[in-house]
Write a protein of this length. Structure first.
Length: 122
């Protein structure tokens, strides 16, 4: 029981970041009509962060239960698998957020194109 309450406290300490993710999801949903692709990518990335946090918490409880029962001989393997899954989900979530930041942006116009549009020759 002490282990479960310790995990709960760890999740509770993460509440500020969860609130930031939730606020960002709400903001992305509110701006959906103006920026649908950006909002979709942002919501997907933030939702994946929530999924990752849930998987991390649940897998930690599950892992400690298995280890307490002594039914798994290699705890390092469990931790390694858990870490790999967490890292992969984190990479995908961050990639979605970075894509949201730069989605649909046009590149800066080149100086030659600007001159050609204005009809000036340098």
């Amino acid at each position: 029981m002490a282990m479960t309450s310790s995990i709960f406290v760890q999740q509770l300490l993460q509440a500020p970041i969860y609130l930031i993710w939730l606020a960002a999801i709400v903001l992305a949903a509110v701006t959906w009509r103006r920026h649908p692709r950006v909002s979709l990518l942002a919501i997907a990335g933030l939702a994946l962060f929530f999924v990752r946090a849930g998987i991390e918490g649940a897998s930690l409880v599950w892992m400690f239960m298995i280890l307490e029962q002594g039914s798994f001989a290699n705890p390092n393997l469990l931790m390694g698998i858990r870490s790999v899954i967490s890292v992969v989900l984190g990479i995908i979530a961050w990639a979605l957020l970075v894509a949201a930041v730069f989605a649909g942006r046009k590149g800066a116009p080149r100086a030659e194109e600007d001159l050609a549009k204005t009809g000036e020759n340098g």
